[in-house]
Design a protein around this ligand. Structure first.
Ligand code: GTP
Ligand code: MG
Length: 249
């Protein structure tokens, strides 16, 4: 088994909640309302993958053998990928933005079938010699939610989502990738608070994601990320900021 490596989120506090950064060989979910920073974290991760000092490995071998010319795949289901924002974040981090873009494959998925197909095709990119080390699905659930409406479609939706999550977990395991997914939240009745927010996708998503975050807006450019239900890490919160330079403390 290959050793796990970690990718910085850009925020030390958030990295600490993750015991060092976003882990390879697992799926990490960021759920939250609009504007909570999900897409910004996805963009920053593509930039950080190209910065050697933002990659932390347990053994140096991993860095040498697996990370030369690492590449990202960004599956964009909402049309919110912004190359200009990548350039801006790269400039903030002091790296060549065009180099980051050249090493980021962006695929716009217009429906859930395309989304699933793109995820399955990543294997071919890897076989073709691309060292894919970061896989992003932004958003994991929006297409599924739009297409499978009503109770009658719920079983089919969950079954497909389950297959999709299996594809992602397999990529993470076999190729030692960091896999990040964004998710929306919905209000659900809650015994104590009247309503509470819950990530979409039920346990199909819940069980398939190793690390789960809820993001919420705080004052100004501040955001709070809460890690919950992780098998090995305690529930805890980090505060980070979204600035011109990107994700920061
Ligand atoms: P949805 O996809 O709509 O559910 O939201 P999201 O969670 O993906 O939000 P996103 O990551 O797009 O965050 C949007 C927020 O990031 C904005 O409200 C801004 O506060 C901040 N932001 C986005 N782009 C920039 C930028 O270029 N500069 C700065 N300083 N902040 C930005
Ligand atoms: Mg978004």
């Amino acid at each position: 088994r290959k050793s796990v490596w970690r990718l910085s989120t850009g925020s030390k506090e958030l990295d600490e909640v993750l015991a060092g950064g976003l882990e390879s060989q697992s799926v990490t979910e960021f759920a939250g309302m609009y504007g909570s920073g999900k897409t910004q974290i996805m963009h920053q991760s593509c930039v950080n993958l190209q910065i050697a000092s933002k990659i932390f490995a347990e053994t140096e071998n991993v860095l040498e053998k697996e990370l030369p010319n690492p590449k990202s795949v960004y599956i964009d289901t909402e049309g919110t990928f912004r190359p200009e924002r990548i350039l801006q974040m790269a400039e903030g981090a002091g790296v060549d933005g065009q180099y980051v873009l050249d090493n980021t494959f962006v695929a716009r998925a217009y429906n859930s079938d395309m989304q699933m197909l793109f995820a399955e095709k990543i294997e071919d990119l890897i076989k073709g010699g691309n060292n894919i080390k970061l896989v992003i699905i932004d958003s994991l659930t929006s297409a599924f939610r739009n297409e499978f409406t009503g109770r009658g479609k719920l079983a089919e939706r969950q079954q497909k989502l389950g297959r999709h999550m299996a594809t992602l977990n397999k990529l993470a395991d076999l190729h030692n990738c960091v896999v990040l997914v964004t998710n929306q939240v919905a209000a659900k009745p809650d015994a104590f608070f009247g309503v509470a927010e819950q990530a979409i996708g039920g346990h199909v998503v819940g069980h398939a994601a190793t690390f789960r975050f809820f993001l919420r807006k705080s004052k100004g450019d501040k955001r709070v990320a809460k890690l919950y239900d992780s098998p090995h890490l305690p529930d805890s919160e980090a505060v980070f900021r979204i600035t011109e330079k990107g994700i920061q403390d």
